[in-house]
Design a protein around this ligand. Structure first.
Ligand code: NAD
Length: 294
């Protein structure tokens, strides 16, 4: 049993924190949003009035924040984790951020005696609620071994992929695959609807063949129903495709399909869909096809 600080109690951080409480850990949460902390208290956690209060006495500090600037602010900024965590504390950043920022944050943590890990996740809100996330860990072997039992409360597939920053690189690849797959499933659905076929039947048979994939399994029904409550917001996937396109460019790797999907994600955002689930890429296909948005 550990004493944990969890900073960032959003769509992902809150259910993850609640699962850590359920696993018997002491969890002290901090978030800008009061309602998020109230929800953690309902789940048996404790709220903190500041990062300093959350981190006081914690063996492990988890951050689950939107993007690189928030992680830099919360960890490195004034009043942040580095100022208040004691040497030996493990910091696990589970947000999806730029790999180069993850490396820099880890270096600064290590210089202050902390033990940093990057541990972005895949599996969406459902995976966070069910405790079945995939977790991609970057960091030292010993630190990974120490946190593995704790992470088993939130994830099912927990893989150490390399040194600090590697988890974020793998997550960027994950977002490339997920974004591209959603776009193709969306195009297939609008195509099927244009021909008036039974889309339920079509999705069922497609899911059983070589075209089968997790997006069809988890997102196709919502797309058919035009149910786009997030889930994973287009704004966040836009951020992730920015990360992967720039990281690929720096590495000299061409990702033409990924770059196109990044443009389509940006277009969805520009059309006012940034707050919708990423499966709302389907609306972009409808717009481009001159079809009525439902
Ligand atoms: P979210 O916007 O729902 O949650 C972020 C939380 O951080 C919010 O509650 C916000 O109030 C809080 N916050 C922001 N800045 C803060 C600060 N300075 N101090 C304290 N709290 C602060 O986002 P989310 O969907 O939970 O995603 C979190 C991270 O996980 C992102 O990097 C995202 O890309 C990644 N992710 C999300 C999903 C998903 O399906 N939602 C899946 C995998 C990975």
């Amino acid at each position: 049993m550990s004493h944990l600080a969890v900073i960032g109690l959003g769509i992902m951080g809150l259910p993850m924190a609640r699962n850590l409480v359920a696993a018997g850990h002491v969890v002290v949460g901090y978030d800008h949003g009061d309602a998020r902390m109230a929800a953690l208290e309902e789940g048996g956690g404790r709220r903190a009035a500041s990062i300093a209060e959350a981190v006081a006495g914690a063996d492990v500090v988890i951050t689950m924040l939107p993007d690189s600037p928030q992680v830099e602010e919360v960890v490195l900024g004034p009043g942040g984790v580095l100022e208040h965590a004691t040497a030996g504390v493990i910091h696990i950043d589970m947000s999806s951020i730029r790999p180069d920022v993850a490396v820099r944050v880890a270096q600064e943590c290590r210089a202050r005696g902390l033990r940093p890990l990057d541990a972005p996740v895949s599996g969406g809100e459902r995976g966070a609620i069910d405790g079945t996330l995939s977790i991609m860990l970057g960091g030292e072997d010993a630190d990974v071994a120490e946190v593995r039992p704790l992470l088993e409360a939130v994830g099912r597939t927990i893989v150490h992929v390399g040194p600090n920053g590697s988890g974020q690189t793998v997550k960027a690849a994950n977002q490339l695959i997920v974004g591209g797959t959603i776009q193709l499933v969306a195009e297939a659905i609008v195509f099927l609807e244009a021909y008036g076929v039974d889309t339920q039947a079509a999705v069922e048979v497609l899911a059983g063949g070589l075209a089968g994939n997790r997006i069809l399994d988890l997102k196709a029904q919502g797309m058919l129903d035009r149910e786009f409550a997030p889930g994973f917001r287009i704004d966040l996937h836009h951020k992730d495709l920015g990360i992967v396109t720039s990281a690929a460019r720096e590495a000299g790797v061409a990702i033409p399909v990924g770059a196109l999907v990044a443009q389509l994600m940006g277009s969805a955002r520009a059309n006012g869909d940034g707050g919708l689930d990423h499966s709302a890429l389907l609306r972009g296909v409808e717009r481009m096809s001159g079809r009525e948005l439902r």
